[in-house]
Design a protein around this ligand. Structure first.
Ligand code: EPZ
Length: 425
């Protein structure tokens, strides 16, 4: 049970380099299953989640080699179509092997991921789409078993809601289908654009990048990829908020400002100064101002380009330090306020009513360090931010949640001047 300790009250300053995006690396790694041969992926973050997916892919017959942030995946001998409960239960995104496996092998038997701390997380849209591409899907004893004789067949699929991994799974299934597939009301997160670029590089035929209507003309076969993972916009947002929460001034480098439109607008609206460069973003305060001078601002999480649900918890921590009150509406996941009770242990004032939380900013009073429990990846990053801003010491337990999605967190925070350390017990 590793713990993270934070000595709060030190302002973060300087610059921090952002890693490759977890939520791009996972679908792009899965997409290598579509074609035999050696695939090269660059700027791949070394995270608990990317390591778990590699284990799932090894179970399927792929081999891999990491050299720094370059990952070579050999998918030549992929011949097993079953992804076991043992691995899938530790990471829901393993469901991303479903589409590529059916397209490549005509069969996939993947453990249903089940719910997680932030919600039920059903995969009905993934299954519905595969059935519309001509596959038969049987769900029994905790597995979804998908079969198709020969190739999948292109079709028009309308998503009830723009599911991110749902769009990615059906995109990967459709590139090898016979005929044309149209995905309507598809998700358009930047990570999907990264996947489209990789597939186009492998010889796929896709139109509608960055729109909610993807048109995929199926091809007979694809060739191995050589593609770079985009920077992690959620990691970039997390560090921007951490620097602001400690009253500091700093720059996140190796990121794409255009991928964070909603966050940057909201941070400016609180009174912060945000400067954007080609691939860096700086945050600072007007002369003589500090975190208690920030104005509380309302947010509502939405599919991209709306405010990202993966940055909701971090923004809540910032609002608990500002002045006034902020209404935070979580519209994507039904149970994404697990961090509230923990922030309250640090003297935050937050009231929840259904999918809405009202934060009363503490202003000059600020937060106080305390022992707290991480419950999911982004909730735990909000506790780190609160701990950095709080007076006294904070102890965070179950930090394996953090290691799922933040590369070299302790080093990066220490580089910005934080007093943070990990203890294994
Ligand atoms: C992706 O999850 C991300 N994960 C999540 O990031 C992110 O929070 C989420 O998109 C929303 O942006 C990865 O990319 C690996 P969805 P995903 O399908 O694809 C409902 C993080 O912290 N739904 O877009 O699983 C679902 O319950 C993680 O890095 C169905 O009803 O999310 C939710 O309410 C957490 N049926 C909504 O859609 C389905 O078949 C959006 O979920 C699929 C989804």
């Amino acid at each position: 049970m590793d713990k993270l300790f934070i000595e709060g009250g030190k302002s973060l300053n300087g610059s921090v380099k952002i890693s490759g995006a977890k939520n791009a690396a996972l679908p792009l790694m899965a997409a290598t299953l579509l074609a035999p041969g050696k695939h090269v992926l660059r700027n791949v973050p070394d995270l608990r989640d990317t390591r778990t997916l590699l284990k799932v892919m090894e179970e399927l017959g792929a081999t891999s080699e990491r050299n720094g942030d370059v990952l070579t995946i050999d998918a030549t001998h992929v011949n097993n179509y079953e992804a076991s409960y043992e691995l899938v239960r530790t990471m829901r995104a393993s469901v991303l092997v479903l589409g590529p496996l059916v397209a490549r092998l005509g069969r996939a038997r993947v453990s249903r991921p089940g719910g997680c701390a932030i919600g039920d997380r059903p995969i009905n849209l993934h299954v519905m789409g595969l059935e519309q591409l001509g596959a038969t899907c049987i769900q029994e004893s905790g597995y979804v078993d998908v079969k198709v004789d020969g190739r999948l067949t292109g079709n028009t699929i309308h998503f009830d809601l723009p599911s991110v991994t749902g769009t990615e799974n059906l995109l990967m299934a459709a590139v090898l289908a016979s005929g044309t597939t149209i995905l309507k009301n598809a998700a358009k997160e930047p990570e999907i654009g990264n996947l489209v670029d990789m597939l186009l590089g492998m010889g796929a035929k896709i139109e509608g990048r960055d729109t909610d209507e993807l048109i995929i003309h199926g091809v007979e076969e694809l060739s191995p990829a050589d593609c770079a993972i985009i920077p992690d916009r959620i990691e970039a947002g997390t560090y921007l908020i951490a620097i602001a929460a400690t009253g500091g001034a700093g720059t996140v480098t190796n990121c794409i400002p255009e991928h964070l439109p909603a966050l940057l607008n909201k941070l400016r609206a609180t009174g912060l100064i945000i400067d954007e460069d080609e691939n860096s973003i700086s945050v600072s305060y007007p002369e003589g101002k500090g975190v208690a001078d920030l104005q509380c601002i309302d947010i509502q999480t939405m599919p991209y380009p709306g405010y990202a649900t993966d940055l909701q918890a971090q923004f809540m921590a910032l609002m608990s330090l500002a002045t006034g009150s902020a209404v935070i509406d979580e519209t994507i996941f039904e149970n994404r306020f697990m961090h509230v009770a923990e922030l309250e242990r640090m003297n935050a004032i937050i009231k929840i009513k259904g999918s809405t939380a009202v934060v009363t900013g503490k202003g000059e009073d600020g937060l106080v360090g305390a022992p707290v429990m991480a419950t999911d990846l982004r909730a735990s990053s909000s506790l780190v931010i609160a701990g950095l801003a709080a007076t006294g010491k904070t102890e965070i337990r179950r930090i394996y949640h953090l290691e799922r999605g933040y590369e070299k967190l302790v080093d990066k925070l220490t580089g910005l001047g934080a007093k943070v350390w990990k203890e294994s017990s």
